[in-house]
Design a protein around this ligand. Structure first.
Ligand code: 13P
Ligand code: SF4
Length: 366
């Protein structure tokens, strides 16, 4: 087992290490907000640009993406949608790896982000050189990395997965006899290992948001709401996942809420998700899963500090001034694109009923 130390901490005075911080934009007043929305719409049109937003970013950005012909989605669909867009510019409201994935799939497009410093604890906790040395130390294994990684890490991988397709892809690899080297999320890795039986060696990274959900408190909350199915993102700790009725990516959580006859749900994922959950299910109630015990002095807000760095001002700035452009070395991008494309082709083939790899001209199964 590799142990990756975390170079990350919230900018919380109670924390002793403050190596990372979030630059969260100020909430605009209603007048400024309306002006910003108008200006963003105008700039998106003028720049022939499409806004692609993750479910965890500010509701204003989710609504703007939807209203302007863009997309709000999970990380898999963001990648797929961005690559299909005919326009010359993509604005990615999310975190760095999402912008990098969009860029490597569309090197001819300009890919802009509201704030290039919006990162991810999984990406930061798995540096390219350390990861590469770890791969060298474990030859003969199929290298599977989560999408929440840098282009340098993806360039060393055989497969990229997101939380919505990790189970299917590792099950496929296990069925054909592969042993897996997995990075970086230890909880998702553990979940995938237990559900596929695959032989997996895992990097020990974690999401600073999902790692905060607490199983004991969740069990108490379930007792108070026995009618409420528990929907959990698989970056959560195993004891939290064990209490789930549904484990899935952001999009899968949304689908489960929509398709269920239940009217009340307990949700263990980033607080940003409640906007889409509520919007798509106006008659249903969503209760946030607990992130601390009673009397705890430190309670996580369950909102990703890097996702929170995305705001309307940032969208306007990057479109107006061309700031926040993702730049990738073409040779690195070409290598990183192979395992990403393999994932996109595998998932497309599964949806279409074709054999995995059948839609993968020039790449095929690794
Ligand atoms: P999804 O792939 O479910 O969108 O998750 C991405 C992510 O960063 C979750 O924390
Ligand atoms: Fe990374 Fe967690 Fe933020 Fe998702 S919620 S971007 S996994 S830190």
């Amino acid at each position: 087992m590799a142990v990756a130390t975390f170079p990350v901490a919230f900018d919380n005075p109670a924390c002793t290490t403050r190596e990372a911080w979030a630059r969260v934009p100020q909430e605009p007043d209603p007048k400024r907000r309306a002006e910003l929305l108008d200006a963003c719409r105008e700039q998106l049109r003028a720049a022939d640009a499409t806004l692609v937003a993750h479910y965890y970013v500010h509701p204003d950005l989710q609504d703007l993406a939807q209203a302007s012909g863009g997309l709000v989605a999970d990380s898999l669909e963001m990648a797929r949608f961005g690559a299909r867009q005919p326009g010359s510019t993509l604005v990615v409201a999310g975190v760095r790896f999402m912008g990098e994935t969009a860029k490597m799939l569309s090197m001819d497009k300009r890919v802009l982000m509201p704030d290039l410093d919006a990162n991810c604890s999984l990406d930061l906790g798995c540096p390219g050189d350390a990861f590469s040395a770890w791969c060298d130390a474990h030859p003969g294994r199929t290298v599977v990395v989560y999408a929440n990684t840098s282009a340098a890490v993806k360039a060393r991988a055989d497969w990229v997965v997101t939380s919505s397709c990790a189970l299917d892809i590792v099950a496929h690899l296990h069925a054909r006899g592969d042993k897996v080297l997995w990075a970086p999320d230890r909880h998702l890795g553990d979940y995938v290992q237990r559900n596929t039986g695959a032989d997996m060696l895992a990097w020990q990274g974690a999401c600073i948001v999902h790692d905060e959900f607490k199983a004991l408190e969740l069990a108490l909350l379930k007792e108070q709401h026995p009618d409420a199915p528990v929907l959990v993102h698989p970056e959560s700790p195993p004891a939290v996942i064990a209490l789930a009725d549904v484990v899935g990516s952001t999009a899968q959580i949304l689908r489960a809420a929509r398709d269920s006859a239940a009217t009340r749900f307990i949700v263990a994922t980033d607080a940003g998700m409640f906007h889409a959950l509520q919007q798509q299910n106006p008659g249903k109630t969503f209760i946030a899963a607990p992130t601390a015990g009673n009397g705890a002095t430190c309670k996580s807000c369950a909102h990703c500090p890097w996702m929170a760095m995305n705001g309307l001002e940032g969208v306007l700035r990057c479109l107006r001034d061309g700031t926040g452009a993702i730049e990738l070395d073409p040779a690195l991008a070409a290598r990183a694109r192979v395992p990403v494309q393999r994932m996109l082709d595998f998932t497309a083939a599964r949806r279409g009923g074709a054999a995995p790899g059948a839609l993968v001209p020039g790449i095929g199964a690794a």
